[in-house]
Design a protein around this ligand. Structure first.
Ligand SMILES: [Zn+2]
Length: 490
């Protein structure tokens, strides 16, 4: 009897030990890389309850074991600049190694509606800024129609058509109402203020400063597409970078300048030197780029107000419709610019040389500006790994991973402490993990076939759930969660 009791005790005890050591999932024998600690070694990774709970040289036992020998095991990539929030875009992002894709440049027109529509329907993590352009349109009496982002429903309408709401200055009273709308959107969970200043050229310098004041008051960053591109003064790209750095200096708000390469074009390195100077003076200014020579935007937006050809240094034929490959003429441009229907357009205005000089710069994070129609939606991250790490060797693998994981996570930390658990391959971090083959990872999307998924990502974990399993998308799982601003009203 005593012996039996002892055995039972022993069984219970060993069962408890076994349970303590058993992980939901173990990633075994991969090259684990963590840009924050500099760890770059073969390790086993134990995952339980959606968290990385163990990173170890010792063998670990798991309910499931993924064999990762020869593969890199890294934090899932965080894309701060993703417009396409529907499932087709999320699917290609996943194959590109992305576990979080957020709409930060412009922001969605209605934060609460956006978050509600994504809940339980998202492959990867999502989040958004509060949209200055949408708040302005609302206050001017021409609100954007926020489409519900149901599965496969297409991207939301985020840019107002060129008109009074984009081109006219706001009165002090209107500025007050815009700020109030943005406060409400921050209370709904927005991660900052998105300002596409070039899309609202009627916004005065003072209006811009007032939005930065609000960001500083709420302790969130401003993410911005700056006022202009090109070299003609006044209104150059350099002046536009100065404008937002000035607003950050005046107010104390953190500032993130989106796609430095596609706004500053041939002056990209000069623009980076302005950011470097501001940072050296203690300002919190960051930036990002994507690895393509063409941009993409919407033809009826205020970006194409008169003067765009001079500023961009291109002709009508430099504008190409993504669906058909049609190069525009003056007549066709005017028809589409004046149409109430938004039409995406590719803008070929940069050089490969400038893109190649921008991507390796240590100040530059990688962000895709992704939406259907442009290959950057599907290929940005694996293209950087293939072209700049493997082929040109202008980035080390660890430097590239830092630009894709830790740097954007640190940017998000300005808005939410939850981001401290993202962008890291460490014990205690969220189990957002990409397992890829560094020898074969690469983009396949092109301007002709922009939605071709990348190759080389063998496994992708989103909050501990296996989304890409042995190179295939797992069916019927939607592990994506909202990344919410700390200002969300309780
Ligand atoms: Zn932009």
């Amino acid at each position: 009897m005593r012996k039996a009791a002892f055995s039972l005790c022993f069984l219970l005890f060993s069962g408890a030990v076994l349970a303590a050591q058993q992980y939901d999932l173990v990633i075994e024998g991969g090259r684990v890389m963590d840009p924050e600690t500099g760890l770059d070694a073969v390790r086993n990774v134990g995952i339980r309850d959606g968290k990385i709970t163990r990173v170890s040289v010792e063998p670990l036992s798991g309910l499931r074991v993924i064999h990762a020998a020869g593969f890199v095991v890294a934090p899932g990539f965080i894309d701060l600049h993703q417009h396409g929030q529907e499932l087709a875009s999320q699917r290609v992002k996943a194959f590109d190694g992305v576990t979080s894709a957020l709409e930060m440049e412009i922001g969605v027109p209605d934060v609460a509606l956006f978050l509600k529509s994504k809940e339980g329907h998202s492959l990867i993590h999502y989040g958004t800024t509060a949209s200055h352009a949408a708040a302005r349109a609302l206050v001017f009496g021409t609100p954007l129609e926020p489409e519900i982002i149901a599965p496969n429903a297409g991207i939301p309408d985020i840019l107002p058509k060129s008109g009074p709401a984009t081109n006219q200055p706001a009165t002090p009273e209107q500025i007050g109402h815009i700020q109030q709308r943005l406060r409400d959107e921050l209370d709904a969970g927005a991660l900052g203020i998105g300002m596409g200043i070039q899309y609202t050229p009627g916004a005065t310098r003072l209006e811009v400063i007032d939005m930065f004041r609000l960001a500083a008051e709420r302790k969130v960053p401003v993410y911005t597409h700056i006022r202009s591109f090109g070299r003609s003064e006044p209104g150059s790209a350099i002046e536009s970078v100065e404008e937002v750095i000035g607003a950050a200096a005046i107010t104390g708000a953190s500032l993130h300048i989106v796609h430095i390469n596609s706004t500053c074009l041939l002056d990209s390195l000069e623009c980076l030197s302005l950011i470097e100077g501001a940072r050296a003076r203690g300002l919190d200014v960051t930036t990002e780029a994507y690895p393509y020579i063409a941009g993409m935007t919407v033809l009826n937006s205020a970006l194409f107000n008169p003067g765009w050809r001079e500023k961009l240094g291109i002709e009508y034929s430099g504008l190409v419709l993504p669906d058909t490959g049609e190069h525009l003429t003056k007549e066709r441009f005017e028809e589409l610019h004046n149409s109430p229907k938004p039409q995406s357009v590719l803008v070929f205005a940069n050089t490969q040389e400038m893109v190649d000089a921008t991507i390796p710069n240590p100040l530059v994070m990688i962000a895709s500006d992704g939406a259907p129609g442009h290959p950057r939606n599907a290929g940005t991250y694996s293209r950087v790994l293939a072209q700049y790490v493997r082929e040109k060797k202008t980035l080390t693998l660890m430097e590239a991973l830092r630009k894709m994981t830790l740097m954007p996570a640190q940017m998000l930390e300005r808005s939410t402490p939850a981001a401290r658990h993202k962008g890291r391959l460490q014990e205690g971090a969220d189990a957002d993990v990409v397992v890829f083959d560094p020898q074969t990872i690469g983009d396949r999307s092109t301007f002709e076939k922009p939605m071709e998924p990348s190759v080389g990502v063998h496994y992708l974990l989103v909050g501990g759930t296996v989304l890409i399993d042995d190179g295939k998308m797992a069916p019927d799982v939607f592990p994506g969660q909202a990344v919410l601003g700390a200002g969300r009203a309780k």
